[in-house]
Structures are given as C-alpha cells and as structure tokens.
Design a protein around this ligand. Structure first.
Ligand code: NAP
Length: 260
C-alpha cells in the first residue's frame, strides 16, 4: 500500500534503538525524510547510516536529551516544519511508590508528559496551516493496564494521553491527528537489558524468562519492533486522517477487553 507520505518530513524522537528506530525505519521505507534524535551520537549515526542504506532517504541526526528545552530546540531547528512527529523517550525506572521522591516524579513527568506536549505545541500550528500533520505518542500498555511497579511510567503517560484526547479533537478539523501507540512486550534493547538483569539475579536462563513473559500473551510471543514501526507508519499515513485521539495497544492480546 502506498501510504502517501513520500517526501514528508518526520521528526522521530529517541530513535537510535528499539521502538523509535523501528518507527524511523518504517517511515523512511515509505518515503519520509527524517530527523532522528537520541542522546548518544555514535549510536544515532550508526542508525542513520543503516536507515539511509536501506531506504535512500535523507536522515539528519540531532544528539540531544529530548527532556530538555535546549534538546527540543535543537531538534526543531533541524526540522522547523515537520509533517510527522513521533514522540518517544527512554522509559522511567521501575520501583516502589515508597521509594520515589518529588525529584523522581518531576523527572518522570518532565520526560514522559511535558517533553512530548512541548513538541506538539511547537509544531501543531504549522501542521494546521499546511493542513497535514500526524503526531504519534509512544506511551505504554501500562496506561491501560497499570502495574504496581510502573507508576512512574503509567502516571505521566496517562496524563499525556488525557491531554492529547482533548487536543486531538481540536486539531482534527485541520487534518492533524494525534494518536497513541501502546507497546506491550517488545523485544528491544531495553527489554533485553531488563531480562538479563533478572536472569543475573535469579539464575534463570533467557529462554525461561521469555517463556514467563509470554505466558499470558495470547499471541504466544513477544512483539517484534518491526511490526510496531509498521503500525506507526500507518498512523502517520495519508489514509489515517479519520483516526483521531485513539490509543492502539500492541500487546498480542494480553489486555482482555471487548473494546480493545
Ligand atoms: P530502548 O531500546 O532502550 O531505546 C530507547 C531509545 O531512546 C534509545 O535510542 C535511547 O538512546 C533513546 N533515549 C533515551 N532517553 C532519551 C532522552 N532523554 N532523549 C533522547 N533520546 C533518549 O527502549 P524501547 O524498548 O524502544 O522503549 C521506548 C519507549 O517505549 C520507552 O519509553 C519505554 O518505556 C516504552 N515502552 C517499551 C516497551 C517495550 O516492550 N519495549 C513496553 C512499554 C513501554 P540514548 O540512550 O542514546 O539517548
């Protein structure tokens, strides 16, 4: 299917690895030119080279912390008039509610809620004026299915989701959409690191750990970042203008509900 985004300009945040990288690759495969961001320049350049080689598209790198105003300004300076914005960042640490102080909460809210909102604020008027805009927030399945040790993730992301639910309706008349993509268990570097850490502590093998993770996933497997990227590309396509303020859960069916 031609997604109708050839030549569109896309900002993909936190895109040197994992889900962000997969989204960047899928957008470029469909003809978008990219500005990709992450903090570590060497990883970012390696990813940019990989995407250029695979797609032939223009890929500009901006090494910056997207949780800072300066970082966001440098990303926007590299792409002042994007057609597509994919908001993403590293996830906050797991832990116990008792252990998090005010600073930990402020950091999580800043990275997972304020940073994407400020980027949306910066790009939405231009998108409306040009009558095309696709904004995708990578959040988490925990927004729908909260977990006790994920409060720093699900709290700020639920806030982002609520703000965008209202804002999406305001932007929709201008052919500008905001939607959420909610990963479940995708085998990225972040997940691998988590598995290795638990394996080290408990003496379980990698295969045993994966088997436990997928035990309550009807699809019987973890998610492939590739399929996440493809879903992102569709939400960013010319054909998705009627998908407004939705939150698409990619979790292999783990969250059991009649209404998704
Ligand atoms: P990942 O494989 O660890 O990749 C994270 C990417 O984000 C890297 O490119 C990293 O590069 C970049 N990054 C981290 N902090 C950043 C910052 N402050 N500014 C700019 N870039 C930053 O992680 P992932 O699994 O793709 O996860 C992506 C997001 O989805 C996370 O927020 C995670 O919580 C959420 N999520 C993932 C899953 C899953 O199954 N994988 C499930 C639920 C939610 P640098 O470190 O060089 O900056």
């Amino acid at each position: 299917m031609d997604l109708g985004i050839a030549g569109k300009k896309a900002i993909v945040c936190a895109a040197s690895k994992g889900l962000g990288k997969a989204c960047a690759m899928s957008l470029a495969k469909n003809g978008a030119d990219l500005v990709i961001n992450a903090r570590t320049l060497a990883d970012l350049e390696a990813t940019a080279a990989e995407i250029r080689a695979a797609t032939g598209r223009s890929v500009t790198v901006v090494a910056a912390d997207i949780g800072t105003a300066e970082g966001r300004a440098s990303v926007l300076a590299a792409c002042p008039a994007p057609d597509i914005l994919v908001n993403n960042a590293g996830g906050p640490a797991r832990g116990d509610f008792e252990d998090w102080d005010e600073a930990a909460w402020m950091q999580a809210v800043n990275l997972s809620m304020i940073a994407p909102l400020m980027l949306i604020k910066a790009v939405m008027d231009g998108m409306c004026a040009r009558r095309f805009g696709r904004i995708v927030n990578i959040t988490s399945g925990t927004v729908k299915m909260p977990l006790p040790d994920h409060a720093l993730s699900q709290g700020p992301r639920a806030g982002l989701t609520a703000v965008c639910a209202g804002l999406a309706r305001k932007l929709a008349p201008h052919n500008v959409t905001i939607n959420g993509l909610l990963p479940g268990q995708h085998l990225t570097e972040r997940m691998q690191t988590g598995l290795l850490e638990v394996a080290r502590r408990t003496g379980q093998t990698h295969a045993e750990m994966i088997a436990k993770r997928v035990a309550d996933i009807p699809a019987g497997r973890v998610g492939d970042p590739f399929e996440f990227g493809e879903a992102c590309a569709f939400l960013c396509s010319a054909h998705s203008g009627y998908i407004v303020g939705q939150n698409l859960l990619l979790d292999g069916g783990r969250f059991n509900s009649t209404l998704g």
